[in-house]
Design a protein around this ligand. Structure first.
Ligand SMILES: [Zn+2]
Length: 117
């Protein structure tokens, strides 16, 4: 299991999964009810899911890997994202579901495709 995890974390796994992509990046702002929590920068070296910084949030995060996948399907090079965290403020094991998390992630995701041929 440890081996597998290490393999999945390598840089090459992204390019293997997305052979038509040369690079991808996104600068983002995470906010809570409109007030900025953090500015950041995502690249394929990072986890495909950006962790939500709401300390109460469970099961949350922002799935950038999925957005990249969708952009590839549509052949887009740039897309404005305005994602809402899909987590909630319930108990960690899910016995109680709390308020939905209100954290948002905003930014522009860019993809550079490899030249054909
Ligand atoms: Zn959250």
């Amino acid at each position: 299991m440890g081996e597998l995890r290490r393999f999945l974390a390598t840089e090459s796994s992204f390019s293997e999964a997305h052979p038509t992509i040369q690079a991808a990046k996104m600068s983002y702002v995470m906010s809570d009810y409109g007030s900025e929590v953090r500015e950041g920068f995502w690249t394929p070296d990072d986890d495909p899911k950006i962790r939500c910084l709401n300390p109460l949030c469970q099961r949350g995060g922002f799935d950038i890997g999925r957005e990249v996948q969708m952009m590839i399907c549509l052949g887009l090079t740039s897309k404005d994202l305005n994602l809402r965290c899909d987590g909630d403020e319930g108990s960690p094991k899910g016995r109680r579901t709390g308020q939905p998390c209100e954290y948002m992630l905003k930014g522009t995701l860019s993809i550079i495709y490899k030249a054909e041929g």
